[in-house]
Design a protein around this ligand. Sequence first.
Ligand SMILES: [Zn+2]
Length: 492
Amino acid sequence: MRLLVAMMKHETNTFSPVPTDWRRFESWCLHRGEAVPGALGGTNTPIGAYLDLARGAGADIATPLAAEAMPSAPVERACFERMVETIVEPAAKGGFDGALLDLHGAMVVEHLSDGEGALLAELRRVAPGLPIACTYDLHCNLTEVMVENSTVSIGYKTYPHVDMYAVGEQIGRVLLRALAGEVEPVQAWGRAPLLAQTLRMGTADQPMKRLQAMAEAEEAGGCLAATLFGGFPLADIPDAGVSALTVADGDRARAEAARDRLLDAAWSAREDFVYRHRLLTETVAEAAGLEEGPVLLLDHADNVGSGGTQDVMTVIEEVRRQGLRDVAVAAVWDPAAVEAMQSAGVGATVTIHLGGRTDMPSVGLKGRPLKITGQVRVLSDGRWTVRGPMYTGMEVHTGPTAVLESDGMKIVVVSRHHEPWDLGIFTSVGIDPRVTRYLILKSRIHYRAGFAPIAGTTLTCDGEGVTTSDNSRLDYRELRRPIFPLDRINEF
Ligand SMILES: [Zn+2]
């Protein structure tokens, strides 16, 4: 047996000004050919599971590409075409029994709203009938083209995404069973006119906890796979929003009934997918009155892991204005500030205009740095390995990194964008987050993977940025309408 195993992932925030080119993939994860198993084998990822399954089945494995970039603006066309060619080229030569693909499902390209659909359609064009299994992120914006050009597909049931390996293993096994003639998978999919907000998709909370339990119950009741996708709302494309995808063994009616149950339940919970706002000054004032730490302050409107520029200073500024002490921040993206601190050296006192390097025209904001005088505490190369439950075993590289301490606040400053979902972002630079009273995290839900077990109270801070949960700040033009809650519809 010969299997094609590949990964191509990006969650595209069409409102983000952060460019997505080949270098951005290189700065998180980009490996080709023989290097792929060495880099991704043994990690808590779908491709990690695919590699184990393929080896276990005694298959010949081709691994042309494993590429993932942190969320940002639409992928540059040349970069996308290079990735697709790299995956499609071996398939075009023939000889494969199946393909196992680790995808995101919310990739937008400069000239295309459906990157994964384009990849799958091209694969099927060069290799008609090739059995293809796909994993998608919980934030996948599913399309008909994706479903039509695949054999079996599944999405994560957790957010933070700690079940990546498990879903890869589950759907990979289904494909192997199909290749052996043991099952005949049929897929059903559909979507609700519902643009759920990411902040309301955590699977420890309702309504997602209940909806994901329903999907599990569909699998226990006979579906080969059942997924309820939250979708990725920061994408101004026709297909953004909530969807469901089910796979049954030869039984289309079963797949369709399960799909309908999931979509109906999601639609019934639509009001619970809307985030309720609160003034930043009020939230920080509440934090100031809390005794038990660590208190997590989520700067969710500048969430790196959804395309945030990671250099918006609004929340940091308010926390300083209200005089909170014993604060650590992960992290501010500002390569020039790191350079300045490197030149000054550890122990030096510096005055820096920190952050605010990036304009955000889609939400009408100019980059606005914050002038801070403080001491350079740590300089590092930004390399560390994830020990927590999400992306376990992956190596992180935040580029040249520094810690600036000022007025009771330690700010980790990085040269590459990275969402803080693992304690390593602090411990790698000598900060112990467990004994720090306040942790400002440029994260939304993924922080829970590493930080929920150590947190006292968690407060969501409504700052500014291109990952805002305030829909009135976002100018949707391409999104299909009507859609709830932009349109107050009550049936579908
Ligand atoms: Zn996601």
